[in-house]
Design a protein around this ligand. Structure first.
Ligand code: BGC
Length: 751
């Protein structure tokens, strides 16, 4: 731990008397001092802390030496400084930050160690910018392949998401920056995100959608939480008694504060009574109306005190950065750029390889085709983005590495990137003429130029995928088809030169039915941060073996995936995005009554989660639907041999031990995955579920003994009859392997 939290000394005293404090209870060690300060505050000063001060801060009390709370977006780099009252650039020069690989790329590393480093990099750069809280990590489950924020989120699996969310949280908070874990909860679509009611059963909520939050909060001590825009089972997340008061505070013992998503507060009484601390942004609900409600007796000042106490606990746990220290050096730091490189190196997934990769020594000329090879992905679309100090594009990375190897590179764009196809309305700035162009066939002139280059080259590397206006906050993709005529283009390239590898630059999955037969090698290259191009070139040229594994399923077609197969998405009766309505200039000028009338008259979109806990591979496996590439899939340049597995169960854990050998001639990492199946169960379960994993590094020819541990608590299910976690005793089949569809060894154990 680098920064000394102010409460550490008193925590040590308490720990000495009554055993170690839980990560959340550590936040309460200053409560006495905090209560004394609250006693000195006027009601106005207290209420002033319950809403935004600027677009990215909430107020302290200067008179009492309480600093403002400064927030920074998250989740994959400290966002450029904005003007006080908006997201527009403040025009600073020292605010270029490190662009870390986005969420799905981090998850593809399956590395808890890297998630910790990633969080610490974010925490470190936040301090340099004078920020107290980062708005991240973003840990919602990737339920829909088309989800606009799939790239920000981690995985379709709760165990993987939870492990990485926990380490990110610890890494960041160990640097003295609080996380604000988001978006709590069941925020799985952008369509009607401001008004949609996610309707799901309690078992699915607990086992799938809450898991990543639970671990980061309970085990990691996440200090703040961002309730999501949507409703869950009827109530907005920012005033959801079940989520915020019963589960978060009641069951998980959360002691910090909640901050609504920007524009996601909906009422004074709802927010005050049901668990919100800070309205972001504005004060129309948690400003003067709170004071008025106390005057009428509808609310008590004690409740305000409680909310202020929860905010102050974090304020006292996080040392404010003095104004003359903040922003004196460039935000992006070499050590963080190095973390970004390490993550990128281990995130790249080799989906298919028919002897094309790594680039053979015989290759003297490579044709790099596709605009995604030169596309910068640090920002674009709507929402999270970074003003990166630098960003190595795939083409730049390849050019540099090829020059070292004496290989000639030529490049043609092949297609032009266009704004995306969307379920919701396209952003105001998009050119309506261009907006349809992504569905059009390939441009004949660009195609001809690319094919001519392909014919002359020894190897073609085609860069396909999406872009940041196709996958973006604020709207979901209409489908997962490759845009901009890429399918026609790759077929023409393959016909011209069958020595072809495709690199997909995207945050989410794409439909590869046409591309796959025309690509002897396929790599998922992600939106991979400041050093993305460097890492990609290292993998393509065989300096390092690829070791990323898919954190989500690539369906063959969208219709195969659970929410689509069940007819749950898109919602046929949906309509009306409350979020965009509230921010319409004419609506902003309306009186509260007029606005409420409009809101009441809006359609009430609903998203039914009747696929239940059959999310991602749980669905594909159980329903016997073959995916294009399965969850956990990822090839290497070497083979790994798995020895026999032995499982031992104790009261608290199942431990599974086996040997793993790198049979190849180069160092390589394997991500070993442990799934549990329950052939004799009475309770309904998916065919198998991930329960443990580990990234193992092996030198050429090396063998290691690997032990995977499954805590028994992770084997429980949410029993809806008794409304509690329950353990079904009996036989478990343990499946250990290299992917969810590549199980190498099996054993049994009884719990
Ligand atoms: C996003 C949040 C983000 C916030 C502030 C919202 O639109 O949903 O993830 O942190 O804006 O930028």
């Amino acid at each position: 731990m680098k920064k000394v939290f102010l409460f550490i000394a008193s925590a040590a005293v308490l720990a000495a008397c009554g055993g170690p404090l839980s990560p959340q209870d550590k936040l309460t060690v200053n409560d006495k001092k905090i209560n004394a300060i609250i006693a000195q505050m006027t009601l106005e000063e207290k209420v002033n802390m319950l809403h935004s001060k600027t677009n990215m801060s909430s107020a302290g009390v200067e008179r009492l030496g309480i600093a403002d709370m400064n927030y920074a977006d998250g989740p994959f780099g400290i966002r450029e400084e904005g003007v006080p009252n908006g997201f527009q650039s403040a025009g600073w020069t020292l605010d270029s930050a490190t662009y870390f690989p986005t969420g799905s790329a981090l998850a593809a590393t399956w590395s808890e160690e890297l998630a910790y480093k990633y969080g610490s990099g974010m925490g470190k750069e936040a301090r340099l910018r004078g920020k107290d809280v980062i708005l991240g990590p973003a840990v919602n489950i990737q339920r829909l392949p088309v989800g606009g924020r799939t790239y920000e989120y981690l995985s379709e699996d709760p165990i993987l998401s939870a492990a990485l969310a926990l380490e990110y949280t610890k890494g960041c908070q160990d640097e003295g920056t609080a996380v604000c874990i988001k978006h709590f909860a069941v925020n799985n679509q952008e369509t009607n995100r401001g008004s949609v009611d996610a309707q799901l059963d309690e078992r699915t909520l607990r086992e799938i959608y809450l898991k990543p939050f639970e671990r980061a909060i309970v085990e990691g001590g996440a200090m703040s939480v961002m309730p999501a825009y949507n409703k869950v089972n009827g109530d907005y997340c920012s005033e959801n008694e079940h989520l915020l008061n019963e589960i978060l505070r009641g069951e998980w013992g959360f002691k910090g504060f909640t901050v609504s998503d920007w524009g996601g507060t909906h009422s004074t009484m709802g927010a005050m009574l049901h668990g919100l601390n800070v309205q972001m942004t504005g004060s129309n609900y948690l400003g003067q109306p709170v004071i008025d409600s106390i005057a009428t007796g509808a609310l008590t000042e004690d409740l305000v005190d409680e909310k202020v106490r929860q905010i102050l606990r974090v304020r006292y746990a996080i040392e404010p950065v003095p104004a003359d220290v903040a922003n004196t050096v460039m935000t992006s730091q070499p050590e963080c750029q190095d973390i970004a490189l390490q993550v990128a190196q281990k995130s790249i997934v080799l989906l298919k390889n028919e002897g094309i990769l790594p680039v053979s020594k015989d290759v003297k000329k490579i044709a790099v085709i596709g605009q995604n090879a030169v596309l910068k992905t640090q920002s674009g679309g709507m929402g999270a983005g970074v003003k990166a100090l630098y960003e190595v594009t795939p083409l730049q990375g390849i050019q540099k590495r090829a020059a070292e190897a004496g290989v000639e590179i030529c490049y043609a764009p092949g297609y032009k990137n266009f704004p995306g196809r969307r379920w919701g309305p396209a952003p105001a700035k998009a050119n309506p003429l261009e907006a349809s162009a992504i569905d059009e066939p390939a441009d004949p002139a660009l195609l001809a130029e690319a094919v001519a280059l392909a014919k002359e080259a020894d190897l073609v590397i085609f860069f396909g995928g999406t872009n940041k206006s196709i996958e973006t906050e604020g709207s979901d993709r209409k489908d997962i088809k490759l845009p901009c005529g890429q399918e026609e283009l790759v077929q023409a390239l393959y016909a011209a030169n069958a020595n072809l590898a495709t690199v997909l630059i995207s945050g989410g999955p794409t439909d590869l039915q046409v591309l796959e037969p025309a690509s002897p090698a396929i790599v998922q290259g992600w939106w991979n941060g400041t050093e993305g191009g460097t890492a990609l070139a290292q993998v393509l040229f065989g300096d390092i073996a690829p070791s990323g594994k898919l954190p989500f399923t690539f369906p063959k077609q969208l219709e195969d995936s659970p929410a689509f197969a069940m007819g749950n998405f898109p919602d046929k009766n949906a309509g009306g995005d409350l979020f965009s309505l509230l921010y319409r200039p004419d609506v902003l000028k309306m009186s509260r009554e007029e606005r409420q009338k409009l809101i009441d008259a809006m359609p009430k979109p609903v998203s039914k989660y009747t696929e239940r806990f059959y999310v991602g591979y749980r669905w594909f496996d159980t329903k016997n639907v073959e995916p294009m590439y399965a969850f956990g899939h990822g090839l290497s340049y070497v083979n790994f041999a798995y020895g026999e597995a032995k499982a031992v169960a104790s009261k608290d854990a199942v431990k599974v031990t086996f040997t793993l050998k790198n049979e190849g001639g180069m160092p390589a990492d394997e991500v070993v995955q442990l799934y549990v199946s329950r052939p004799e169960a009475k309770v309904e379960w998916p065919v198998k579920e991930l329960k443990a994993f580990q990234r193992v590094s092996l030198a050429a020819g090396e063998t290691k003994t690997v032990t995977l541990t499954v805590p028994v608590k992770d084997l429980r299910y949410w029993n809806e009859t008794v409304n509690a976690w329950d353990l079904e005793h009996g036989k478990l089949q343990i499946l250990v392997g290299s992917a969810s569809d590549d199980i190498r060894v099996k054993t049994d154990v009884t719990i």
